[in-house]
Design a binder for this molecule. Structure first.
Ligand code: CP
Ligand code: NVA
Length: 328
């Protein structure tokens, strides 16, 4: 199966087989990297990396992966280009498409990255929008497979803000791969009905399931994976913190939530995470609301079930696989 020339914009665009192929390719490229086997067959190609929001993992993954594949990359930061301010997305796409073999875009609405892809004439990779974070999915599924040895039949529980990029993408990915996805949160934060219905249809085909619940004991019962993300995402207003803290504190991942799960449960988080006071925002929230930790407790984050740094490493291997598959 060839993904050459395809965009990578959202998980809905891919079949279970295609997703599986990208997971397997990520594992293969990871193995090559560990063994020091060169895999720079994309020498001479160039990629543009557009970031309208900040990043550590995604940016570094694209840059390291491009270099390992023999490619050159250009980083465009949120301030350093004409994009959006003086030049439209269709015009930017047609300029960059003449110079580059592929374009990564991180920003706001999903329609922006879809528009970029429409005009670029080269593969476009979504490095995160408000609605989806597809490159993170391949890394996450690779991580689950490495730790649990399988994907089908895995009970995957997502706690917290399930109606944003991470919750949406995980629900669709798990449903396609025959996993049992549970959004365990306040009903205000369930993914939107249309997407839930789509995921339920996919789950029917794959033998998986999609469940929404506000009951932590029930939701986390016998979980294989417990996953969370920040309560306030990039681009959301600071004023929203108070409401999110009130609504989502019952869905913080703590030792109690883990106690309902299987002994072998793994804890995952796309990162960055607010699990202590060592960040500027973490300290500000502590000052204002008295919280020492937010979506996950420090004991879970640092504890034996946590695989968050394996997951972060896998961003690089999987982004490499996505670029390789769509460019060669
Ligand atoms: N998980 C993730 O996308 O991290 P960054 O925001 O650091 O890229
Ligand atoms: N939901 C988070 C994910 C960060 C990787 C955000 O959009 O900020």
């Amino acid at each position: 199966m060839s993904l050459k020339g395809r965009n990578f914009l959202k998980m809905m665009d891919f079949t279970a087989e295609e997703i599986q192929e990208l997971i397997d390719l990520s594992a293969e490229l990871k193995d090559k990297k560990k063994k020091g086997i060169p895999h720079d067959s994309l020498r001479g190609k160039n990629v543009a990396l557009i970031f309208e929001k900040t990043s550590t993992r995604t940016r570094c993954s694209f840059e390291v992966a491009a270099a390992d594949l023999g490619m050159h990359s250009t980083y465009l930061d949120p301030e350093g280009s004409q994009i959006g301010k003086k030049e439209s997305i269709p015009d930017t796409a047609r300029v960059l498409g003449r110079m580059y073999d592929g374009i990564e875009y991180r920003g706001y609405g999903q329609e922006i990255v879809e528009d970029l892809a429409k005009y670029a004439g080269v593969p476009v990779w979504n490095g995160l929008t408000n609605e989806s974070h597809p490159t993170q999915m391949i890394a996450d599924m690779l991580t689950v497979k490495e730790h649990l040895g399988k994907l089908k039949g895995v009970k995957f529980v997502y706690m917290g803000d399930a109606r944003y990029n991470m919750g949406n993408s995980l629900m669709v990915t798990c449903a396609k791969l025959g996993m049992d996805f549970v959004a365990c949160t306040d009903p205000k934060y369930y993914p939107e009905d249309k997407l839930v219905n789509y995921a339920k249809e996919e789950a029917k085909k794959s033998g998986g399931s999609v469940t929404l619940t506000d009951d932590v004991a029930e939701g986390c019962k016998d979980a294989d994976v417990i996953y969370t993300d920040v309560w306030v995402s990039m681009g959301e207003p600071d004023e929203i913190w108070e409401e999110r803290i009130k609504d989502l504190t019952p869905y913080r991942v703590d030792d109690k939530a883990l106690s309902y799960a299987k002994d072998t449960v793994i804890f995952m988080h796309c990162l960055p995470a607010f699990h202590d006071l060592k960040t500027k925002i973490g300290a500000e929230i502590h000052e204002k609301y008295g919280l020492n930790e937010m979506e996950v407790t420090d004991s879970v984050f640092e504890g034996p079930h946590s695989v968050v740094f394996d997951e972060a490493e896998n961003r690089m291997h999987s982004i490499k696989a996505i670029m390789y598959a769509t460019l060669s």
